[in-house]
Design a protein around this ligand. Structure first.
Ligand code: GDP
Ligand code: MN
Length: 399
């Protein structure tokens, strides 16, 4: 589950990580109130107005702007709230901005020595250990740094049994070129950041930039935080941080119906049981010249109701030109699935407006094929994998 910058910063702050402080607002008047409150609390006279969307690169897209007066806070907030913000990470049409973070300006006026670093915490799946990835080249595209100057990106792996050791935090500060107070501050920052990552059950922290001010404070200016959905049961207070407006509407609906659905860009809808079979089905579609429109795992119970819900969700995607059902009847028998498909199809009537190819394999596969053929419905029933691929190709050619 992805969080907004302001939510990520609140979590960091709750674990003692120093952050650029801010208050979120969803209209210009609240933005001005927030700015006034920040001025009282932090003494700031300038503010940064930051669009809150689930995408990075906001600065480049015009979603991060400096305001030097309350009037500017008002006009800039008004401009940003409601805009379709386009960044290298948003869909082409951009993402709608519902709220802004009014943050204290931490790049002090006249401060010509602010240093920006990059730091992330994530799991290295190859070694099974958490790692801190960091670089002196913060504030810019880390992908670009990785491509052009990979030697400027460092990794520190953490032994899960020992946790982050003090020498590791010092090494990070040293590699970032710090000494004296700034070094001590960075060691503290890294320590609390790592604790926050572990205790919040996150799968990603990306802080870009981490800022060193001219008076040697180290703080998080930006925060991309991804929480582990599977651990949310341990963090009831994080559940409400989910912003459904930021998520794919079809995926949200499918997940609410208990279906494992991922929206993709192609033209062939897939309904499958089991994630492994879903992967190989997507390969099959690609081989037959199509592109998968989604990944849909209906799970163990492919009864009529579930199949119908699945069909309806797949058909919400206007790019779908055909649906391939590929189900392995192990615990669930193929004839029962076939009955489910026939019943769902009949219930849907004209709502089912694309060709369906059904491949049922496993227990009672032959009976299942017969059932579908006997139903008289315009469903292409196949048994072999290759037959399914050929059928998809044929159907797409006629679409
Ligand atoms: P991103 O573009 O989505 O990654 O958003 P960031 O939160 O990283 O902000 C983008 C850029 O805005 C940063 O790299 C900074 O250069 C700038 N910025 C952020 N906070 C401040 C601030 O307090 N003062 C000034 N002057 N610039 C800031
Ligand atoms: Mn950033």
């Amino acid at each position: 589950m992805n969080l907004h910058e302001y939510q990520g910063k609140e979590i960091l702050n709750s674990f003692g990580v120093r952050i650029q402080r801010g208050i979120v607002a969803d209209n210009q008047n609240k933005a001005v109130d927030a700015a006034k409150q920040l001025a009282t609390e932090t003494g700031t006279g300038w503010w940064v107005i930051k669009a809150q969307i689930h995408a990075g690169g906001r600065g480049k897209g015009g979603g991060v702007k400096l305001a030097k007066s309350l009037d500017e806070v008002k006009t800039i907030s008004n401009d940003i709230i409601g805009m379709m913000l386009k960044t290298p990470q948003t869909p082409p049409q951009g993402k709608k901005v519902n709220q802004v973070l009014i943050a204290e300006d931490v790049y002090y006026p006249g401060d010509n020595e602010p240093e920006e670093y990059y730091m992330s915490v994530l799991l290295n799946r190859a070694t099974g250990k958490n790692m801190i990835m960091y670089s002196t080249e913060g504030g810019m595209d880390i992908e670009k740094v990785a491509e052009e100057t990979p030697h400027l990106i460092f990794n520190e792996e953490i032994d899960p049994a020992l946790g982050l050791m003090p020498f590791q935090a010092r090494k990070i500060a040293f590699n970032l070129g710090l000494s004296g107070t700034a070094m001590k501050e960075m060691v503290k920052f890294v320590g609390s950041l790592y604790t926050a990552y572990v205790k919040s059950d996150s799968t990603l922290f990306e802080i870009n930039p981490v800022l060193k001010t001219s008076d040697d404070k180290i703080l998080a200016v930006d925060a991309k935080v991804t929480l582990d959905d599977s651990a949310l049961f341990r963090h009831k207070n994080y559940v409400e941080l989910r912003d459904l407006r930021e998520e794919n509407a079809i995926e949200v609906e499918a997940n609410a119906a208990g279906l494992n659905y991922v929206d993709l860009d192609g033209n062939v809808g897939c309904m499958v049981n089991g994630a492994g079979l879903a992967m190989s089905t997507m390969d099959l579609i690609k081989q037959s010249g199509g592109e998968p429109a989604n990944f849909l795992d209906v799970g163990g119970t492919a009864d009529a109701e579930r199949v119908e819900t699945g069909f309806r969700i797949i058909l919400k995607d206007p790019n779908v030109k055909a649906i391939l059902v590929n189900i392995f009847g192990g615990i669930v028998r193929c004839d029962r699935v076939a009955n489910g498909i026939v019943e769902a199809y009949k219930n849907m009537g004209d709502d089912m407006n694309v060709p369906i190819i059904v491949r049922l394999q496993g227990t009672n596969a032959i009976e299942a094929k017969q059932l579908i053929e006997d139903s008289g419905l315009p469903v292409h029933s196949v048994v072999e994998f290759q037959e399914a691929a050929d059928k998809v190709q044929e159907v797409l050619a006629n679409a």
